[in-house]
Design a protein around this ligand. Structure first.
Ligand code: UD1
Ligand code: MG
Length: 464
């Protein structure tokens, strides 16, 4: 019979050191609120049920958790912060019937991995005792509960920093605060915890001494780096850096080349074989297709890139889609609702807004294409502007398949250039151009023989 496991995630604290009106665990880190990382690690460690203990800012907390997880997460409320055991007691009341064991974690440790929690669960199962806990080693144990052992090395208790003797304070093996406990033991143990300690709080750590006397404590040593809690914005930044490393390493193992310093946010999806250069930032629900290369300094937000796309350095792409084989940049700006179809090219200093660039079409230099529809294979010359705004409304520019717009032309929308039509360089196009026509909308050139020379001589004379 499989074990039914529930996580109780403590998140009732205010986090005053964040100096923020937002509850601490609602702060975003690597593209998702801190609590989201904690919930997902517990879920991915095999917790069928999830309980979040909220207190400070609980309306904000429940709204943001429910928005992501729907009703798969339950909430328990701890109204007054009376200690970690009191918080777990509140959580236990929301643990459903039929749960065999409870995993206790925190909302403010976003770098804890599902793998480490799974290993903790396995360690307790192998040991068979009522409680398993993680232990870690730190250079400076100030503030942590110390791990106390008997002569044989078995854990006997956790002593909180403020309750330690000087000898106990010297212990550098500490309690990171992550446990897995049988439900039966948790229920009976919590009822026996009092507040006779230096802080007058209900210490969850008192469970450890009880478990030591009632079957023994299973322990799992884990490297401290991923277990650190976030209490202020400096620790938040450190956690974020580690999360970006964890995400990048996951994609590296799946066959993508991710430069050090590239940042892939929580909700981003990458196919295999992607290459990301230094300083690339992928945000929101961005998706990147197989074999796509995103070069130095590119920022992509909520966009979909197909396979084999090449994004050259320092381009910015927001809320739009780029199909297979397209090339973007360097220094291109794709704004929301733009669609770049297969093998199209968008070159340097070209801005697209709500514009479709058809299959194989090119806009290679210095252009603004707003509210446009550019047919397949069309060529948009350097300096072309779609004049889409009349000061009140936006209008559409349509360029037919295979049309050629000469450099430095202005297309005053609403306007259509037909299939296969040409627009002469420097034209201001205000009326529709039929298919296969040539439109020239500029003053005819006239040459005045010898006039340049005469001008120069006049200028020299006036200099005196
Ligand atoms: C706790 C442990 C300590 C361990 C340390 C690791 C106890 C008594 N001590 O100490 O052994 O080394 O964590 O970081 O458990 N919380 C609530 N309600 C409360 C109290 C706390 O929700 O009434 C939440 C906090 O929001 C926080 C977490 O529990 O996320 C830990 O509480 P905190 O007071 O920071 O524990 P420590 O004193 O650091
Ligand atoms: Mg405390």
């Amino acid at each position: 019979m499989s074990v039914r496991r529930c996580a109780v995630i403590l998140a009732a604290g205010q986090g005053t050191r964040m100096k923020s009106s937002l509850p601490k665990v609602a702060h975003p880190v690597a593209g998702a609120p801190m609590i989201v990382w904690a919930i997902e690690a517990a879920r991915d460690a095999g917790c069928d049920d999830l309980v979040v203990v909220v207190g400070h800012g609980r309306e904000v907390m429940t709204a943001l958790v429910t928005a992501r997880f729907g009703d798969t997460v339950r909430f328990a409320v701890q109204t007054e912060q009376r200690g970690t055991a009191d918080a777990v007691k509140a959580g236990l009341a929301a643990v459903p019937e039929g749960v065999d064991e409870v995993l206790i974690t925190y909302g403010d440790v976003p770098c804890v991995t599902a793998a480490s929690l799974r290993a903790l669960v396995s360690a307790r199962a192998a040991h068979g005792g009522p409680l398993g806990m993680m232990v870690t080693a730190v250079a400076d144990p100030t503030g942590y509960g110390r791990v106390l052992r008997d002569a044989a090395g078995a854990i006997t208790a956790i002593r909180e920093h403020k309750d330690c003797t000087p000898a106990e304070r010297a212990v550098t093996t500490v309690n990171p605060g992550l446990y897995v406990v049988t439900r039966a033991f948790l229920g009976s143990g919590l009822g026996r915890i009092g507040t006779a300690n230096a802080q007058g709080e209900y210490y969850l750590t008192d469970l450890v001494a009880m478990a030591a006397a009632e079957g023994g404590v299973a322990e799992l040593f884990w490297e401290h780096r991923s277990l650190g809690g976030v209490n202020d914005r400096a620790e938040l930044a450190a956690a974020e850096e580690l999360l970006y490393t964890q995400i990048a390493d996951r994609h590296r193992r799946q066959g993508s080349s991710i430069s050090v310093g590239a940042r892939i946010d929580h909700d981003v999806r990458l196919a295999a074989g992607v290459t990301l250069g230094p300083g690339v930032v992928l945000r929101g629900k961005t998706e990147v297709g197989a074999e796509t290369v995103v070069d130095v300094g590119v920022v992509i937000d909520d966009a979909t890139l197909g396979p084999r796309v090449l994004v050259k350095p320092y381009s910015v792409i927001q809320k739009c889609s780029v199909a297979a084989g397209a090339q973007i940049g360097p220094f291109a700006h794709l704004r929301p609702d733009s669609v770049v179809e297969e093998d199209a090219h968008v070159g340097n200093f070209v801005e697209l807004k709500k514009t479709r660039l058809g299959r194989g079409a090119k806009a290679n230099h210095l252009a603004y294409l707003g509210d446009g529809d550019v047919g397949p294979g069309a060529n948009i010359g350097a300096g072309t502007i779609f004049c889409n705004y009349d000061g009140v409304n936006k209008h559409k520019t349509t360029i037919g398949e295979g049309a050629f717009v000469g450099s430095n032309s202005s297309l005053v929308a609403p306007v259509t250039v037909g299939r296969g039509a040409y627009v002469g360089s420097g034209s201001v196009v205000t009326v529709d151009v039929p298919d296969d026509a040539l439109a020239v909308g500029r003053a005819r050139q006239s040459n005045k023989e010898g006039y340049g020379k005469r001008l120069r001589e006049r200028a020299k004379q006036s200099r005196g």
